[in-house]
Write a protein that binds this ligand. Structure first.
Ligand SMILES: *Cc1c(COP(=O)(O)O)cnc(C)c1O
Length: 410
């Protein structure tokens, strides 16, 4: 990782351990900025992909905005030195507490997903004697051609306001006393490898912007969400530059500030998960390598059938060797058949070997849990030859620190 050897990281932090390259994160951020330099734009990093405050801090210092989905994420952004005025608030179920905190802090925009939410925001803003800047998240009904669990822009998804209802909802929003209409928003899914669905969505959004202009509703920004895919193993996603070249002609003509909300593409390939082979269990039908990370640490393979690369790290190993290269399923120790990190990987393994699962910087640690009472992993950031712990490994005592025994009255 950058100029630090994996063996040094393992020696310093043990496994399982997430490691992130600061340079890799910044490279992507700069790539976005350079690719869209021709237009007024803001890159709002989608915090949910990796919400460690060190990661947020790097992006805040570089000038990024943020896309949040809860007041917890807003608190993280603020703790990391980010500015509320560069934050957009997405999500289908914002609560009164979420809205109050965001309004008090002065965020840039609420991406509103329903009339009910609009009513609530107006009410809370009135109580606080503030005006709430909003955009409507439009569901353009385009097929992002991605895994069904990460597709969000189809009409039977829970997200957004149907394209053909959006105009009426905007007209309703314009009548509300404490609402300022500032933009329009869409986000059609994640891990999109082609540009066509983005273009299809943008065309529908542009159509709406024109209809809104005819009704006298002028917007300041258009938010195209996140969703750009990355290469995990064999995917060939469009590059950020190709993505920009495809969108720029239409965006330039529009003349609005453009927001993007990239999550995965900013951090996925900046991170790896290091894990140790604990047990080798060849059977008649399958070979299982049981490692010290599991679905509680990295749920993407179990949840989305995601395939992530597994790279053996060459370290002096004293473990029990097996004969040569074989196909291994890399699994965790959790009591679930779905607990696998990779299947049928050709590897030559010994117990004690260290494996690096790549592409783990996004939706890795952020989705981890304590299932099977497993402490969550350590997180480390690398900068050149330097490395630092940015997330302490949980202890066994941490697991039940908030729990209490039932108190029987005496
Ligand atoms: C998840 C999400 C993103 C980020 O998606 P990526 O695929 O990680 O880029 C952006 N905007 C919204 C509204 C989201 O829900």
């Amino acid at each position: 990782m950058e100029d630090v050897s994996i063996s040094e990281l393992v020696k310093s932090y043990d496994t399982p351990c997430y490691v992130y390259s600061q340079q890799a994160i910044l490279d992507v951020y700069h790539d976005y900025n350079e690719s869209f330099a021709a237009i007024d734009h803001r890159i709002c990093y989608a915090v949910k992909a990796n919400s460690n405050i060190a990661v947020l801090g790097v992006l805040a210092a570089a000038g990024a905005g943020f896309d949040i989905v809860s007041r917890g994420e807003l608190a993280r952004v603020l703790a990391a030195g980010g500015q509320a005025s560069r934050v957009v608030f997405s999500g289908v179920g914002k609560t009164r507490d979420d809205i109050e905190f965001a309004l008090t802090q002065g965020i840039s925009c609420f991406n509103v997903e329903s009339i009910s939410e609009l009513t609530l925001i107006n009410m809370v803003a009135k109580q606080l004697d503030k005006r709430a800047p909003i955009s409507l998240r439009v569901n353009p009904d385009v097929d992002a051609k991605t895994h069904p669990y990460i597709s969000t822009g189809l009409k039977d998804n829970k997200f957004g306001i149907a394209h053909d209802k959006a105009l009426a909802v905007y007209e309703h929003a314009a009548t509300l006393s404490h609402i300022d209409i500032v933009g329009i928003d869409c986000h059609i899914g994640s891990q999109l490898t082609e540009v066509a669905p983005f273009i299809a969505a943008l065309d529908k959004v542009i159509e709406l912007i024109h209809s809104l202009r005819e009704k006298g509703i002028e917007l300041r920004h258009v938010d195209l969400g996140g969703g750009l895919g990355v290469r995990y193993i064999e995917e060939k996603p469009v590059t950020i530059d190709e993505f920009a070249q495809a969108l720029l002609p239409k965006l330039t003509e529009l003349g609005l500030t453009v927001f993007f909300e990239p999550g995965r593409s900013m951090v996925a390939n900046a991170g790896i998960l290091l894990t140790r082979v604990d047990v080798l269990k060849p059977t008649e039908h399958k070979n299982f390598a049981i490692v010290d990370a599991a679905m509680n640490d990295l749920i993407r393979p179990a949840l989305y059938q995601a395939e992530m690369a597994v790279i053996p790290e060459v370290l002096p190993s004293e473990g029990i060797e097996t004969d040569g290269t074989q196909a291994w399923d890399i699994v965790g120790a959790i009591c679930e058949t779905g607990d696998f990190l990779a299947k049928d990987r050709l590897l030559s393994l010994a117990t004690g070997d260290i494996l690096a699962i790549t592409g783990a910087g996004a939706y890795g640690f952020a989705m981890s849990s304590n299932y099977n009472s497993r402490p969550r992993a350590a997180e480390v950031m690398v900068v050149g030859t330097q490395h630092q712990l940015i997330g302490k490994r949980e202890t066994i005592a941490d697991l039940y620190a908030g729990e209490t025994l039932w108190q029987t009255e005496k």
